[in-house]
Ligand binder design. Sequence first.
Ligand SMILES: [Zn+2]
Length: 133
Amino acid sequence: MNTTASHSSYVEVERHLVSTEERAWIRDIVSANPVWADVQLGELYVVAECTCGCRSVVLEAPEHVQNPRLIGHQGLVGEIDLNVRFDGREDVVSVLLHYAEGNLSLLEVVWYNFPEPVPRKWLELSRDYRIGD
Ligand SMILES: [Zn+2]
């Protein structure tokens, strides 16, 4: 499992489909990366969540490898930096999509106000994409 120093307390949860918002983040990051853009993802399930309040979720490894070109590798598919407004202040929430062994493995949500929980809702002002290696 891929974690950072700032949050690493993942607990198993009942297997469930990713949310509409998570699905949209994943789709946008995947389609921005040429190594992933043509991959058929199918249904994606969450099997664990971070307990620190950051909204990071662990994705279930599917029956068939999503991106066989990347078996034996792990890294970052890409990242979205969301410039957001909530509670009358502006902030940046980063969403990072990791892979391991050719499968999407972790959707990590990070912000600089850790350990304050990441808000559930905000107004998105703009976003910047970065693709992984
Ligand atoms: Zn966390």
